[in-house]
Design a protein. Structure first.
Lengths: 243, 184, 184
């Protein structure tokens, strides 16, 4: 569906919910009954295109991708009518999140308008007046807890022996992670998604690994199964595994 | 005390006060002296003096107090005091975070992130740096997470008297009915 | 530009400037506009306006610049703004000392000075005066040095119930580390 919009920069969006709201609006979708298959594939297209997206939000986009895939899987399951118990639409929670986010997004734009109106006024800033002032060079207008924290942290940084952080910049590429998952699947018939992720210390690797899973799903090298909504994802070899 | 003398005192206080001059603070400054005229009345008098004598500033009611602000028409010049661009505008992310805290306060970082769907560390940091938010105590629950609130500076920044002056948050039902309307 | 207009601009700048208005800053604020009148002359004009209209403030020349200050005769009232019950204005030195005591309490003066790298006598005195700190007992060691802690007033000021409610270092790191967001 990417053809509809050409390429849109993920930077435009404040997060996955913002992107979903955009897709819903663009395609005039009914928020009560979101066509989950369509929106999932659109969403994944964006995430895939945005491999070089702002890394700090990448994890949040990936998490949403996983949620969408769970909902999609859940929608495909036959509904077991269990007595009179009403079965909740798997999309309800997502819909509520989207609506709640939309309320605050609207409020944010109201704030922006007030900010614009207030902009031309500048408050009078009085010169320091304090007869007991011991140090005239730096006066804090108003001390907040944050100032206390910040100051202490700043002092500690200068006081303690500079610790040399061994930050090995982990260069992980998509291809490497595709190879890594392939290797694991040679040895095991099934992989637990959460077990695999728990081994990684950096969120960057988690993100790249997830993108690798998406890529391998697309090319049918793997299959992903989930028994219940919000359950772990189980990865196994797909029809084109090893090709 | 005569009104003229009172006007001068209030003016002196407005020039010297680092935060909005409230009624309580005004009374405290007067000490033992008995004053019948309410602060608001003195302010009104001063305000009209400033207007008739073409002063470049006015008195603004903000955070339940009074402060001097420059008149809007001098923005072009005044902004030169601060940087090339004048006041820094808040980013969309910061505005969203601020909106959530305003309506939900006191609120934890987790609650903010649950609504936004993205990590909000750097917006929180910006807002704390600019003193628009402050940390105020901890949640009672098991995690004892830090709680965030808006500050007096927040009210000043948006020219509000209380948080209650903020535009009302739209109800979910309204959003839904509008969206349904769009569809038809 | 006419003198009257110029006077208004300078007045706006004086109201809004966070530091004394220098000639250079004044020129920068005017931008491209050509002004022949020197700042000092505009200031003189304003000054005599303020005198003749009995304003409670004057323009004071300090460190090469100009700023608005209240007239000395109003000091009795103005100091009420900064009385102990009001918001605190702490110097950087006092703030640093307060921060160290908050996180390291109970703590000796030596320990504080080791972290700050400078003598902290006078800040300790200020903080004790303002009842933000208190002395509680002595160290066990040979010197039997005095131990400093934060007071109940300190906790109340920040809306905390106990010292344990202060943000923990780990939480501080969370909020303050800029990289955290970007790196992940």
């Amino acid at each position: 569906m990417i053809t509809k919009s050409h390429r849109i920069d993920l930077d435009m969006f404040e997060g996955p919910l913002d992107l979903l709201l955009f897709l819903i609006k663009r395609d005039e979708l009914n928020i009560y009954a979101i066509p989950i298959a369509q929106i999932t594939s659109d969403f994944l297209e964006y995430v895939k295109l945005a491999r070089e997206l702002k890394l700090h939000s990448a994890g949040d986009f990936v998490l949403m991708a996983a949620t969408l895939m769970k909902i999609k899987a859940r929608m495909l399951l036959p509904i077991e009518a269990d007595g009179d118990e009403e079965i909740e639409d798997p999309r309800t929670e997502l819909m509520n999140m989207l609506l709640e986010y939309k309320r605050y997004k609207e409020a944010a734009s109201a704030f922006e308008n007030i900010e614009r109106e207030e902009r031309p006024h500048y408050y009078h800033i009085p010169s320091a007046w304090n007869p007991q002032q011991e140090d005239q060079t730096a006066i804090l207008e108003d001390v907040k807890l944050y100032d206390i924290m910040f100051t202490f942290q700043y002092l500690l940084k200068n006081y303690e022996e500079p610790v040399t952080h061994a930050v090995a910049v982990e260069e992980v590429t998509l291809t490497e992670q595709v190879g890594f998952i392939g290797g694991l699947l040679q040895a095991n018939t099934r992989l637990s998604f959460s077990d695999m992720l728990s081994k990684f210390e950096s969120r960057l690797i988690v993100v790249v690994t997830f993108l690798a899973i998406l890529e391998m799903l697309r090319t049918r090298q793997i299959k992903v199964k989930q028994s219940k909504l919000f359950d772990d994802l189980l990865i196994s070899r797909g029809g084109k595994f090893g090709t | 005390m005569e009104l003229n003398e009172l006007k001068q005192i209030v003016e002196a206080l407005l020039v010297a006060t680092p935060e909005p001059l409230t009624d309580a603070r005004f009374k405290a400054c007067l000490g033992e002296q008995n004053v019948e005229v309410p602060l608001q009345e003195v302010i009104n008098e001063l305000q009209s003096d400033y207007e008739s004598s073409d002063r470049a500033f006015i008195i603004k009611k903000v955070a339940n107090g009074f402060q001097l602000v420059t008149r809007a028409e001098f923005e072009t010049y005044v902004k030169g005091l601060f940087s090339k661009t004048g006041k820094l505008r808040l980013s969309q992310a910061a505005l969203e975070t601020l909106a959530i805290v305003s309506y939900r306060q006191p609120v934890t970082r987790n609650a903010i992130e649950a609504i936004r769907g993205v990590s909000s560390d750097s917006s929180l940091r910006t807002l704390l740096d600019r003193k628009l938010l402050e940390i105020r105590g901890r949640e009672d629950g098991p995690g004892r997470a830090l709680l965030y609130r808006t500050s007096t500076e927040f009210l000043q920044y948006f020219g509000l008297n209380t948080v209650k002056d903020l535009p009302k948050l739209r109800e979910v039902e309204d959003i839904l009915s509008e969206d349904q309307g769009e569809l038809v």
